[in-house]
Design a protein around this ligand. Sequence first.
Ligand SMILES: Cc1ncc(C[n+]2csc(CCOP(=O)(O)OP(=O)(O)O)c2C)c(N)n1
Ligand SMILES: [Mg+2]
Length: 298
Amino acid sequence: MEPSMKFLIQEEQVYSGALSCRGCGWSLLVRHLTDILGPETVYVMPASCLSIISGPYPLNDLKANVVHTLFAASPATATGVRAALDRQGKQHVTVAVLAGDGGTFDIGLQALSGAAARDENILYVVNNNGAYMNTGVQTSTATPYGAVTTTNPGAGYKRSWPKDLMGIVAAHNLAYAATCSLAFLEDFRNKVQKAKSVHGFRLLMVDGPCPPGHKTEPAQSIHVARMAVETRLFPLFEVERQHYAISYKPERFRPAVECLRLQGRFRPLFQPGNEQALDDVQAHVEEYWARLEKLEES
Ligand SMILES: Cc1ncc(C[n+]2csc(CCOP(=O)(O)OP(=O)(O)O)c2C)c(N)n1
Ligand SMILES: [Mg+2]
């Protein structure tokens, strides 16, 4: 394949007419993911924006089977789907969970840990848009420090750090886990390809643009996602059996404020008196990056 063709969708696996907002990350993620996984895939979806975007039953915008399931139960449901397919001799069919951060970091965490510890042959994809967007932007444990949500209203903002999901996942000693960005499509597509080919429990965490929740311009979604990687607010890396490898090291480390100021959800941080909060975010970025580099060396 020509290098320039690597970004292109080979065969569209999504019908037109998705119900997403303009600039939504879910739609682009799913178009590329389904293109690579192909029609021989069963998708398991807990409640999230995607449940609506892809169509509530009996609608379905994916050219594949979808199992809608309870918020807390997608890895358990996927385990059952996997077992049924294996029983039918359909080991070649991929089972993929498509979940939000609320369904993953919070309410589905126990089921996720169980399926990961059993090393179920499932691909788990989490679209991390940093809040419960479908029900109106409530804080999750993936919400970044400093973000305004409807549960941190007005001039308030979240004053705790997001959970290190990748660290938790890595501790399960999985064959493959990685972070991905829609602004780095070739890297994303390569990681999906790799995850598809690995046997066992695999997890991909994708940074999810969300214009209404992040208070961004829809046309800026990819630019904001790129800046999240360039500022190292959302580093790209892979973890294989607890060995970390950073996928992209920016030539120049841009300050976090260059990404934060593009998003209305961080507006209070730029008001006089909150300089310390901005410094704290930058310090957190530096610490996490230093830890990733150490993990990469070890
Ligand atoms: C047990 C349960 N509690 C609450 C809800 C309502 N609910 C549906 S979608 C959703 C938000 C999901 O957030 P997230 O997983 O981050 O996905 P996003 O909507 O952001 O894509 C909530 C709270 C539900 N469906 N089931
Ligand atoms: Mg979310």
